[in-house]
Design a protein around this ligand. Structure first.
Ligand code: ATP
Ligand code: MN
Length: 431
């Protein structure tokens, strides 16, 4: 039903309203909960609040009890309601994880190995099946039960925690904001430098192992988190080497549960390949998940970087300043020398070693312009690859004549006294 003040949707219990926001670029679509109760990807809506969404957002408003929703704004694609959702199955998966958390709490007295650690769950599946959405849902339901899980994002293509080209982990202390996602308080981030995990598989696997070790340390330092466990989001690469990376991740994090979305082949392969104490479960994808083109993924990546510097709502004001080449000398590196066939490697070295080697970056326009650069916590090169990073800067101009660069940075000058890692990810700052 439509009225002058927006479209009104009446949802029955267990129904969802799907909205693909395609309004003009500088406009927003708002949604409001008028009566009843509803949630968006596991975060409860506050009645009569106007939630604002920009073009490109794809959301589902789900209700267990029934509700009335008002949608306002210009849209070509009309929102629609659906009763066919896997939400009850997702809720059951959450309930099973919750049982494991209760068991972990009660095991504290027994001192079993890993007995007091809650479930480490990994969500896998091909592209566009709702992996990130399910992780968000599970984390939201856990935190709403008073849990404090750690959320790990290994999808270097999108980088929901920090920016693309990195992997990250955060402690979840409150439900995600409907408009801005989970709060990014002190994330643990490692630099990878590429947008696909296959670009440098040895490095990717090493960083995943490192992340797993540090997450384990953090769990054992916090009883509440330990019983809450870990929720791991992965990228959609499930074939060939991608499948090997999944197995490596499972082993590194000592996962207890793997949820496979949509693809039965991956499910069957994992049932065969995982040790019997790993529960592998299959869940269907939601019909509401919208596929994204390569172009839309690129736009999403750019938006992620922009958000890092300018804030989710343009609420941050980054600094821009010049830095002389001399200040960057012996300070900026990248990981991985160009691949050589094994036959060309020095005796006793494998090409894999080359891929996890530090290489000093050439100070040229071609190598630097518009590149995102990680600011490490490390100040010695031998620690650089395996040390987490403090944040990012972007090189927005290179002046070869005057031998200096312009840098976009969340912090004012000077550059911190630590080392920098160049990423393949490029961002053109037009703000
Ligand atoms: P990728 O392979 O890119 O990592 P993914 O498997 O993680 O994708 P999501 O990012 O979770 O998939 O979902 C893709 C898009 O579909 C997102 O924009 C998400 O908000 C949207 N979406 C997920 N579930 C629904 C739903 N039930 N109704 C409408 N939109 C949805
Ligand atoms: Mn995803």
């Amino acid at each position: 039903m439509s009225s002058a003040e927006g479209s009104i949707f009446q949802l029955e219990q267990d129904e969802e309203l799907r909205i693909e926001v395609d309004c003009p670029k500088n406009e927003v679509v708002t949604v409001e909960l008028r009566t009843g109760m509803a949630e968006i990807f596991g975060t409860e809506m506050v009645p009569n609040n106007q939630y604002r969404f920009h073009t490109g957002a794809k959301i589902a408003i789900f209700t267990f009890q029934g509700c009335t929703i008002v949608v306002r704004g210009k849209m070509d694609i009309q929102p629609y309601t659906s009763k066919e959702t896997p939400m009850i199955m997702y809720l059951n998966a959450h309930a099973a994880l919750e049982d494991m958390r209760k068991a972990a709490e009660n095991d504290t007295a027994n001192q079993k190995e890993n007995g007091n650690r809650g479930p480490v769950v990994m969500v896998v599946g091909p592209s566009d099946v709702g992996k990130s959405t399910l992780c968000r849902l599970l984390a939201n339901y856990a935190v709403r039960m008073g849990r404090r899980p750690i959320s790990v994002d290994l999808d270097v293509g999108q980088g929901a925690i920090s920016v693309p080209g990195s992997i990250g982990a955060i402690l979840i202390e409150r439900p995600a904001s409907i408009e801005e996602g989970f709060s990014q308080n002190a994330p643990l981030v490692y630099h990878y430098g590429h947008k696909t995990p296959g670009h440098n598989s040895p490095l990717y696997n090493r960083l995943v192992s490192r992340m797993a070790d540090v997450v384990r340390e953090r769990l054992s330092a916090n009883k509440k988190s330990e019983a809450s466990g870990v929720i791991i989001n992965t990228c959609g690469w499930v074939r060939g080497e991608g499948y090997n990376q999944i197995k490596h991740t499972a082993q590194a994090f000592e996962v207890d549960v793997i949820i496979v979305l949509d693809q039965e082949r991956v499910y069957n392969d994992l049932v065969r390949d995982m040790p019997s104490f790993v529960k592998v479960i299959w869940l269907p994808k939601s019909g509401g998940v919208v596929e994204r083109s390569t172009e839309q993924r690129q736009i999403a990546r750019d938006q992620r970087v922009k958000q890092y510097f300018y804030g989710p709502t343009g609420n941050l004001f980054p600094h821009s300043f010049e830095v002389r080449f001399s200040e960057l000398k012996e300070k900026i590196y990248k990981i991985g020398a160009p691949a050589l066939p094994d036959s060309c490697m020095p005796l006793g070295m494998k090409s894999e070693d080359n891929q996890t080697k530090l290489v000093a970056v050439q100070l040229t326009t071609r190598d630097l312009l518009n590149h995102v650069v990680s600011v490490s916590f490390a100040s010695a090169t031998e620690d650089l690859i395996m040390t987490n990073i403090a944040g990012f800067i972007c090189i927005t101009d290179v002046n070869m004549d005057e031998q200096k660069v312009t840098i976009l940075s969340p912090q004012p000058r000077p550059l911190p006294d630590t080392l920098l890692l160049l990423s393949d990810i490029q961002y053109v700052d037009s703000s």
